[in-house]
Write a protein that binds this ligand. Structure first.
Ligand code: PGA
Length: 271
């Protein structure tokens, strides 16, 4: 069974001290479960101090962004190469970066490639705007974002990736409309089948697909239970340790009940 991932994207919130307070609370509240991987994405300045305070049996770290060149005269940027000893994951192509910092399909592709080149796992974010959804363009937009971002990768590299589907209209800071899990399943299915066509069955089966968009402790289970959902990318509610630990527990309970069901199915087949 794949490990579910619950990732908290802190965005540009919490200074080093505030981040350290939250980490202390999360260290106390979150119980490690083998079936659930918990990832924190604090701001860049907090990565180093948090990496020293974090209980590494419980959490992994992600950066929220990096530049695709490994080194050079790029004032203000930090490269994937510089992050490789510090984090496991890097969020790439978040809609806030595409919208506010003009990241194009090609920039996102170059960043995914730089992450992989530096042995970091990208958490690639894709998702359509409200207008695109209204114009029935969700499939085309998401398909283009996925195929461009993964161009140049091998099937094995794609297999190890994480892709988060975050419809922009559902992200709390862009309106936070509550999405219907059935609609989300359709897009996750589309992403998986698109990967299957391009990289084969194994990559499609193994790649982890997350959902993100105004997830909280009450709504999480509805998305996490979807057949093609392997976890969640949580923004606003990842700053609240009660909410975030509850979401992790929901994921764990779902994994445990699915494991039990599979065990029972196996026994029935054997009898
Ligand atoms: P949200 O953010 O949970 O606050 O909607 C999700 C994200 O932007 O990753």
């Amino acid at each position: 069974m794949k490990r579910m991932m619950i990732a908290g994207n802190w965005k540009m919130h919490l200074n080093v001290h505030e981040g350290s307070v939250l980490v202390k609370r999360l260290n106390d509240h979150i119980i490690p479960h083998h079936s659930v991987e918990v990832v924190l994405a604090p701001s860049l300045v907090s990565l180093q101090p948090i990496s020293q305070e974090l209980d590494h049996r419980k959490f992994r770290l992600a950066a929220q962004n990096a530049f695709y060149k490994d080194e050079g005269a790029y004032t203000g940027e930090v490269s994937f190469t510089m992050l490789r000893d510090l984090v496991h994951y890097v969020i790439v192509g978040h809609s806030e970066r595409r919208i506010y910092f003009n990241e194009t399909l090609e920039t996102v592709r170059d960043k995914v490639q730089a992450a992989v080149r530096n042995e970091l796992t990208p958490i690639l974010c894709v998702g359509e705007t409200k207008q695109e959804r209204a114009a029935n363009e969700t499939r085309r937009v998401v398909h283009d974002q996925v195929t461009t971002a993964l161009a140049n990768l091998t099937a094995e590299e794609v297999e190890n990736m994480v892709i988060a589907y975050e419809p922009i209209w559902a992200i709390s800071t862009f309106g936070g409309e509550i999405s219907k899990p059935d609609d989300i399943q359709k897009v996750l299915e589309l992403i998986r089948s698109c990967i299957g066509e391009l990289y084969g069955d194994q990559a499609a089966k193994q790649v982890r697909l997350l959902y993100g968009g105004s997830i909280n402790a009450d709504t999480a289970a509805g998305y996490l239970a979807l057949p093609d959902c392997d976890g969640a990318l949580v923004g606003g509610k990842s700053l609240n340790y009660h909410q975030f630990s509850d979401i992790v527990e929901k994921a764990y309970h779902l994994q445990s009940s699915q494991r039990r069901t599979r065990g029972q199915d196996r026994k029935t087949e054997e009898n």
